[in-house]
Write a protein that binds this ligand. Structure first.
Ligand code: DSN
Length: 405
């Protein structure tokens, strides 16, 4: 690259990714092939519209790529023709906003999970478009056990009559009962939108109950457990297809990012290979071992464990803030992000740390390495070990599991 400054920065970032243990549950390592497609000539084209109905010439290839992506996603999630697939959303937030924009009017109400309970900003948080353009009703978890209380969700839904109920989370370590939420939504005549961004890989591999029988619309991002490009997908009941499509384009977005759409097609191809299911099983196994080992060592987890790929350390009893713990771990070469625990009042000063296993599992790490990592985390947070000493061991482990870049 002629731009030496940027070239150096990218090389430094490759090194950082090689030399750190990434436990951020929403991140992963896309394959070199996915990166190649993302950086391909497909990026050069405008294709506003949909296959066969474009507003620009020269789109024959892009029509084929978009249809290929749709059909492969249909197969990946084992969906019939009663589902419509839109692969154009740039990312998860615009996907959710496009769904609300298509289903209800501004000022009507949506009900989603609170941020401190594990919900996403776009599930109705007051600083987000979803909480400002719509009347947001927020459900949480029980402060005692940290679990979703479906009776309470039902009571709130019946009392407030939202037009949309959003299920799904970014920081909830347990299975979500889509069936129960679907039932509540049907009873009050609301749409049920399931945001499965975090667990999409688990769902497609049959390792988390699927929402498809119990909802009207599913949104998901493709770069987390699915290991694809930074992009998103909306899957909706066929009778909602026109509304959803019109809402994505021209409602929210302009030209689709064709490189992302092609990379979605490639991701679905890669995830149709036999090793995809074993990868998802290992993600879960690694999460179980991480949670068990941390707890054995005296670290408290929200809900006392996990059913999925992530967990939240509750730091309240340790006299350590989320920010401080995040910094200590980072100094030791372990990347994990601070996160609210149920009941936290300020997202700026959360009292938890969120950990997940998708990225280390992609690197090939298994039970033995996960136990080692859990030991380092507890040494750092409980025994106040020196981060520089742990960093040396982290370097050795990272060298044993090189990334393919
Ligand atoms: N920011 C993502 C996460 O970290 O979970 C969700 O969009």
């Amino acid at each position: 690259m002629k731009d030496k400054i940027l070239d150096k920065l990218i090389k430094e970032e490759v090194k950082r990714q090689q030399k750190t243990i990434n436990l951020i549950p929403s991140e992963n390592y896309a394959s070199s092939e996915i990166l190649e497609v993302m950086g391909s000539v497909l990026m050069n084209k405008y294709s506003e519209g949909y296959p066969g109905k474009r507003y620009y010439p020269g789109n024959k290839i892009y029509d084929q790529i978009e249809l290929l992506a749709q059909e492969r996603i249909r197969k990946l999630f084992n969906l019939g023709k009663n589902w419509h697939i839109n692969v154009q959303p740039y990312s998860g937030s615009p996907a959710n906003l496009a769904v609300y924009f298509s289903l209800i009017d501004f000022g009507e109400s949506i009900m989603g999970m609170r941020l401190d309970a594990g919900g996403h900003l776009t599930h109705g948080h007051r600083v987000n478009f979803s909480g400002r353009a719509y009347k947001a009703i927020q459900y949480g978890v029980d402060l005692g056990d940290g679990l979703l209380n479906y009776d309470e969700i039902e009571r709130l839904a019946e009392q407030r009559q939202p037009k949309i109920i959003v299920s799904g989370a970014t920081a909830y370590p347990r299975e979500i009962d889509f069936k129960k939420i679907g039932k509540i939504a049907r009873r009050i005549g609301a749409y049920h939108v399931a945001d499965i961004s975090h667990i999409a890989g688990l769902v497609s591999a049959g390792e988390h109950p699927s929402p498809f029988n119990d909802c009207d619309v599913v949104t998901l991002t493709t770069h987390k457990t699915l290991r694809g490009p930074r992009a998103a997908i909306i899957i909706c009941r066929e009778d909602l297809a026109d509304r959803i499509d019109r809402s994505v384009f021209p409602g929210i977005q302009g030209g689709p990012h064709n490189n992302q759409i092609a990379a979605i097609a490639l991701m679905a191809f890669q995830n149709s290979q036999p090793d995809f299911k074993s990868y998802q099983k290992q993600v879960l196994k690694n999460a179980q071992i991480l949670a068990e080992t941390l707890q054995d060592k005296g670290i408290k987890l929200v809900t006392n464990g996990t059913d999925n790929h992530l967990m939240i350390i509750d730091l309240k009893s340790l006299d350590l803030s989320g920010k401080e713990a995040e910094k200590i771990l980072e100094q030791a070469g372990i990347t994990a992000n601070r996160n609210s625990v149920p009941g936290d009042m300020s997202p700026q000063n959360p009292s938890g740390i969120r950990l997940g296993t998708p990225a280390i599992t992609t690197r090939g790490m298994k039970e033995e390495e996960v136990r080692q990592i859990a030991g380092w985390i507890s040494d750092l947070l409980l025994k106040k070990s020196k981060p520089v000493a742990v960093k040396k061991q982290v370097d050795i482990l990272c060298n044993k599991f090189p990334l393919e870049y």
